[in-house]
Unconditional design. Structure first.
Length: 193
């Protein structure tokens, strides 16, 4: 067991604990953090249509709590893993929080600006340990070779950015398109995706 195991486990589990407190919102917005069973029943009993169908039943609340809770668990696992990944980069390569983080802005069709965050970044020049820097650069070179990155392109790269996936569905075109956009942007900023 490494000296960091407890720290790493806490990083992954703390966000998941948020899910234990999940309460469904039932279209009431995020005010108050969701509805209790009592508030849910009051809301649904005041609606003659829902009440007539028996949707004010406590089992309906349980179903909503379980469904939303599962979504919350998956989201929180992702958040925990993202934090863990960045922490490992920091610990193993001597990077700061700022060095290990990466984001970029995109303009949406409706004129808004969205900030997208990836799971980690390793700028080569921020790795102070020369042996670790050489090892990471060799890993980059080997990875670039595997995906046939032109050597002229590779020579311009100043590090790597990461988007880590768990539970990836191969037919998720929205996620695939986002990953392609992330990779293209990484290259424009001189990072190996």
């Amino acid at each position: 067991m490494s000296k960091n195991d407890k720290k790493y486990l806490k990083i992954v589990l703390d966000p998941i604990r948020v899910s234990a407190e999940y309460k469904p919102k039932f279209g009431q917005g995020s005010k108050g953090g969701g509805l209790s069973l009592k508030k849910f029943q009051s809301l649904y009993q005041s609606d003659p249509f829902y009440c007539w169908f028996g949707l004010d039943n406590p089992l309906m609340y349980t179903v909503h709590k379980a469904a939303g809770g599962m979504t919350s668990v998956y989201r929180q696992i992702g958040i925990g893993c993202e934090k863990l990944f960045r922490t490992i980069l920091q610990d193993c390569l001597g990077l700061s929080v700022e060095d290990s983080s990466w984001s970029y802005e995109v303009h949406t069709a409706d004129g808004r600006v969205r900030k997208l965050h990836l799971d980690g970044r390793v700028p080569l020049d921020k790795i102070k340990d020369k042996v670790a820097r050489r090892r990471f650069r060799q890993w980059m070179k080997d990875s670039a070779s595997l995906i046939q990155v032109d050597s002229d392109v590779f020579s311009t790269l100043k590090g790597a950015v990461f988007e880590v996936r768990q539970g990836y569905k191969s037919k998720d075109s929205k996620r695939q398109n986002a990953d392609i956009a992330n990779a293209a942007t990484a290259y424009t900023k001189a990072y190996l995706p």
